[in-house]
Design a protein around this ligand. Structure first.
Ligand SMILES: [Fe+2]
Length: 208
């Protein structure tokens, strides 16, 4: 028998492109440029530095119905084909983050939702990456000779333009340092499962 190396209970994230044309991306950017943003809510007492800005508006995707449909159909592919969930989900909120040169965000996760996602219309090689972090409950911290998924607690992703990413909402994430002079727009959103959830003592019914 070959040796078995099994990383148990993964946090599964999904990234794909939406195949928007340059014209469609420009229309999306034009809409995003007109949305007011404020210093991010993450700028709490425990936050510091030059943090990204976010919109107060929590239904941004209503302004972009074609994009909303594309994101939703990609999310359903991820849910049904990759995660094999039977339930449908609904968007609860969608907002934007606007990051200019030298800005970052704090690590945070999203509550009151099961999955979250981000869409990046226009990125370049110096645009801020997205980081994911999983707390390691071990009492030991050792330096590996090589970073692999089985020995790391932080992963950096450089999303290309027109990329959408879905991730479990409890996963801690942040925007790395933005080194580009181009504004980094990101549409973020949350999903909630609907219908009959689970069974027995964990059963719940969520009406749409
Ligand atoms: Fe977030």
């Amino acid at each position: 028998m070959k040796d078995l190396v099994l990383s148990l209970f993964p946090k599964t994230i999904f990234m794909s492109k939406l195949n928007n044309s340059k014209k469609e991306i420009n229309e999306i950017l034009k809409t995003l440029e007109n949305i007011k943003t404020y210093k991010s809510y993450q700028n709490t007492a425990s936050s510091y530095g030059n943090v990204t800005h976010a919109s107060n508006q929590k239904n941004v995707l209503e302004l972009l119905p074609k994009l909303k449909n594309k994101i939703f159909s990609k999310f359903n592919y991820f849910l049904k084909k990759e995660m094999a969930y039977k339930n449908d989900f609904k968007f609860t909120t969608s907002w934007i983050s606007k990051t200019v040169n030298d800005q970052i965000s704090m690590y945070h996760n999203h509550k009151n939702c099961m999955y979250s996602g981000v869409y990046y219309p226009d990125m370049d090689k110096d645009s801020a990456p997205l980081f994911f972090f999983q707390e390691n409950n071990s009492s030991f911290f050792l330096e590996p000779s090589e970073h692999k998924l089985c020995n790391t607690s932080e992963v950096k992703i450089m999303p290309p333009s027109d990329a959408v990413i879905f991730f479990p909402s409890e996963l801690f994430h942040c925007i790395g340092k933005h080194s580009s002079n181009k504004i980094r727009y990101c549409i973020a959103f949350n999903f909630f499962p609907i219908g009959n959830l689970g069974q027995a003592d964990s059963y719940a019914e969520v009406k749409c």
